[in-house]
Design a protein around this ligand. Sequence first.
Ligand code: 1CP
Length: 373
Amino acid sequence: MILDAQHPLSSGVTADSRLIRAYQGARPDVTPVWFMRQAGRSLPEYRELRVGTRMLDACLDPKLASEITLQPVRRHSVDAGIFFSDIVVPLKLVGVDVEIVPGKGPVLGKAVRTKADVQELTALDPAVLDDALAPIREAVSLTVAQLGSTPLIGFAGAPFTLAAYLVEGGPSKDHLHARALMHSDPEAWQQLMAWTADVTGRFLRAQVVAGASAAQLFDSWAGALSLADYAASVAPASAAAIAHVRDLGYTEHRVGADAVERNVPIVHFGVGTSELLKEMHNIGADVVGVDYRLPLDEASRRLGGVVPVQGNVDPALLTAPWPVLEAHVRDVLERGRAAPAHVLNLGHGVPPETDPDVLTRLVSLVHSVSAES
Ligand code: 1CP
């Protein structure tokens, strides 16, 4: 489907930004940079706005969600906004009993452990999201109207990461129940994954159609899986989730050049997924996000040297003395040159205790170092 003429990619407002060019595999003069979890607890202005509002209520308040999305863009001059929401928002909107507990994360009213539980869950009709996602579409429209030429990234959780919360009933370390269900009842597992792919895919599509210029699928907990389990029992559902946005495109008109049809870029990110990078690319992603465990030159080699990469500053170093962090960032930028294009990010989210001034300084370091070389 071609995005409408007002969409920031179709109208040309964000199509030539550093972020979108890098996601398309070009190397802009300056390496773009944004941070996973840039909107959130490391910012005092975020904590102030959130007083008295529960996390999921904040996500469903278009003005609030939009303002929180814009805060880090104004403060740090990052090259993208990441939409303020959560991976469990579409579960809530489809009727799942889920809350985000402060200091803990998503907690379910009831864990989904048996075939009967899966049947009860999947009886909830994903089509209700078409109306229920209205506050999300509104928040995205408000946000892109303010962002101008800075692209907004929409996101969703991958089916496995969502299933890990659904089956465990909340955050867990090893996702043992989820991995056990995968093998003890493959049929129920497939049903759960297919339903989750539909729910999360619709959430992602709504954000892009409403104005996001790129989409990121977070499979934060896929690193708990063997390559064989990932390929057989998870990757097909992630591909199905991505298929909800894979057909979205726009026509680019550049002065003095023929019009070109382009797809909305899709990034796929996981934690501890060094062994899964190739499979994660193969499900239909354009860009692969790399955590801090693998240097980007090696990650790029594993991806055949042809895939743009995103990452991979170690979040632990944000509290190190500045010269230590600076040397690390320079090394990440250097190794990132092995890939066709590189978007600098952290290897995982901004830790809540991070000094926001360090993030601002890091953005200007990335912009100035990459402009030098
Ligand atoms: O009260 C608060 O401030 C709650 C903290 C918080 C925030 C700010 C949660 C609870 N979610 C969010 C926002 C959020 N979540 C964003 C948008 C903002 C941004 O990136 O700047 C995004 C992209 C997410 C995505 C998300 N939620 C992921 C995938 C990314 C990742 O970090 O791996 C996951 C796994 C979640 C679940 C979740 N939500 C919240 C927490 C604390 C967690 C993790 C819990 C756990 O460890 O299992």
